[in-house]
Design a binder for this molecule. Structure first.
Ligand SMILES: Nc1ncnc2c1ncn2[C@@H]1O[C@H](COP(=O)(O)OP(=O)(O)OP(=O)(O)O)[C@@H](O)[C@H]1O
Length: 247
């Protein structure tokens, strides 16, 4: 970890597509922190997460994870983080145990005891194929893979968006419990109730531009001054995004 103690530091990260520009993005996450990365559909959440992980090549800026420059230490850092960001899984027809047999070889710190712990805790059946898991089970499986190699940072793209309210509530509780163990979690969402329940900090992105990245309480205080009353996070999101409907 670096002097500031950040697990993840994003510095002026920029990505330009023909019809979309991710303006310089800056934020950081500490150990044990759950950050909700929020914004509307198309705001640039996935682009940011992919740029952080070099799954798409950023045009400018830098990323430090666990005190190391990401581009210079990509393999070493990947050993210590877990992510589920976009893309189709090539493994969807494979059984959990087959995917695990392939994955465990990749990680120096793979821990079978931890793997079986989470398999039981999440009620996962090793003989099920990935494509036969419910959305909630899939997220639990990705978490199991990450936790089995002691990931210190989880980067998850909309892990709760396909979940029913009960599964979402459960996932939010899981995130909180993992954070208590010191895991840092960055997850994108457009569901404000996820943030109500489990985020320590909020990073808000609108049209490719970072509006604010701060503690949840400070985020609410900032917009309360602007809106007045006692706005919920949902009220704040609507205030930020709502445009007049011209019929
Ligand atoms: N490979 C690409 N080439 C060109 N444009 C892209 C590419 N990937 C994304 N975009 C554009 O970038 C913009 C941001 O998309 P992005 O997927 O990052 O948003 P998002 O906030 O994750 O949205 P959602 O909540 O719908 O997943 C969109 O306008 C999209 O069309």
């Amino acid at each position: 970890m670096n002097d500031m103690g950040y697990i993840l530091e994003v510095n002026s990260l920029t990505k330009i597509y023909p019809t979309f520009e991710l303006k310089p993005i800056n934020f950081h996450i500490e150990a044990g922190e759950v950050m909700g990365f929020i914004g509307r559909n198309g705001a640039g959440k996935t682009t940011t997460l992919k740029s952080i992980l070099n799954l798409v090549h950023p045009d400018a800026g830098s990323v430090r994870i666990l005190g190391m420059d990401y581009l210079d230490n990509e393999d070493k850092i990947k050993q210590q983080i877990g992510y589920a960001v976009g893309g189709v899984s090539y493994y969807k027809r494979k059984k959990i145990k087959e995917i695990v047999a392939i994955t465990r070889v990749f990680y120096d710190s793979w821990d079978d005891e931890e793997y079986h712990h989470y398999l039981t805790a999440f009620n996962l059946d090793e003989n099920k194929k990935l494509m036969d898991l419910s959305e909630g089970m899939k997220v639990k499986f990705y978490l199991t893979l990450a936790l089995s190699h002691h990931a210190k940072l989880l980067i998850l793209d909309e892990p709760t968006s396909g979940l029913d309210p009960v599964s979402r509530d459960e996932m939010n509780e899981i995130f909180r419990k993992l954070a208590e163990k010191g895991v840092a979690i960055l997850f994108s969402t457009h569901i404000t109730s996820d943030l109500d329940k489990c985020a320590d900090t909020i990073t808000y992105i609108k049209n490719g531009e970072l509006l604010l990245s701060t503690k949840k309480e400070d985020f609410i205080r900032y917009y309360t001054k602007e809106i007045g009353g006692t706005p919920s996070l949902e009220d704040i999101m609507v205030h930020i995004e709502r445009e007049e409907v011209n019929l």
